[in-house]
Design a protein around this ligand. Sequence first.
Ligand SMILES: Nc1nc2c(ncn2[C@@H]2O[C@H](COP(=O)(O)OP(=O)(O)OP(=O)(O)O)[C@@H](O)[C@H]2O)c(=O)[nH]1
Length: 383
Amino acid sequence: MTNSNSNPSNKYDLPEHFLDNDASQLTSEELDTLTYHKIDITEESSASSANQPKQQNKAVADDLISQFFKDSPVVPADFRAGFVAIVGRPNVGKSTLMNHLLGQKLSITSRKPQTTRHKIVGIDTRDNVQAVYVDTPGMHKKEVRAINRMMNKAATSALRDVNLVLFVVDALKWVPDDELVLEKLIHAEMPVVLVINKSDTLDNKNTLLPHIERLSTRMKFSEIVPVSALRGSNLDRLHEVIGQHLPFSPPLYGLDQITDRPARFLVSEIIREKIMRQLGEEIPYDLTVQIESFKQEPEAVKANGQKKAACTFIDATILVERQGQKAIVIGDKGSRLKQIGVEARQDMEKLLEQKIMLTLWVKVKGGWSDDERALKSLGYGDI
Ligand SMILES: Nc1nc2c(ncn2[C@@H]2O[C@H](COP(=O)(O)OP(=O)(O)OP(=O)(O)O)[C@@H](O)[C@H]2O)c(=O)[nH]1
């Protein structure tokens, strides 16, 4: 730190992090230095005040308060914020929609139904609106196994305490699982917006209107918005509708925050997505990824003066049900696992904006998807 006497009124002599934080985070030593500055400044403006410690303390407090508010973003009175649940049967494009609404990939997507297993929270702040999206596993009728039951539970619980629901359907398709979602929403107290996704697949747009009319007789939707999540069509309109239906409220999360999920969770989801994309139909979805270790090393300067970039070291285990699946994931001479690793690392580097060293292992853990206790130990218990 610069000698405070050399330039008493220069605020950059203050402890560095004071510019970003409030005074409660200063050490007492730093506070002493700060007070010393303040005395110097006061002496410059008023010679008599040097003997008035109370006034000096008040000046310090005023300075801290004004600095604190100067650093806090000003939120307009008409700011709106709230939770938005994205619900629908499997494969209608809920995760694709959330990623495109966020403009950032958070939720994994694949052609395979039931890709989304957990409740994912994505935060989007724009135009004085903060929408906190909850992407849910698709709801479906076949609750055959423990994992399906848990996914349905997660989707239903996402409907509690939200301000708005986006009910996503696949173009003109209407199947019993859509009916199941509709039944859950009919008595919902919050507004429900029907999002007709995959509108790019419609050959004849005239068929849309009778479909919308039919669905409107089933329940009262606040709005019906046809979109193509994949192509990003009509999402501006959807953003507008979402904003209109959220309550006036200060932001619920930081204005720059994009998710409440820890980085280790997001990286395990990235690995899972790459496996599903690589293997397509070859492997059932009975597969999970466990992050064994996640160590972040900050940027450093080596002994020779060279800079060492920040790096995160990740060890992950892919758990499969059977020996045969292990061989499939590993591939010929490890080629498939290597490809999964390369693609996952690239996505992780984009997400975390730093170098990643990724080590992948494959292990057989029979019967995990049908064992509620094992699922809980893998983190499915809190969904
Ligand atoms: N043509 C077209 N395909 C889409 C659109 N949106 C999503 N898809 C595709 O539909 C498939 C399923 O998308 P997801 O976003 O994984 O669907 P989901 O509803 O989250 O699926 P679950 O995880 O099973 O609940 C993927 O192949 C997407 O590329 C769209 O607007 N148009």
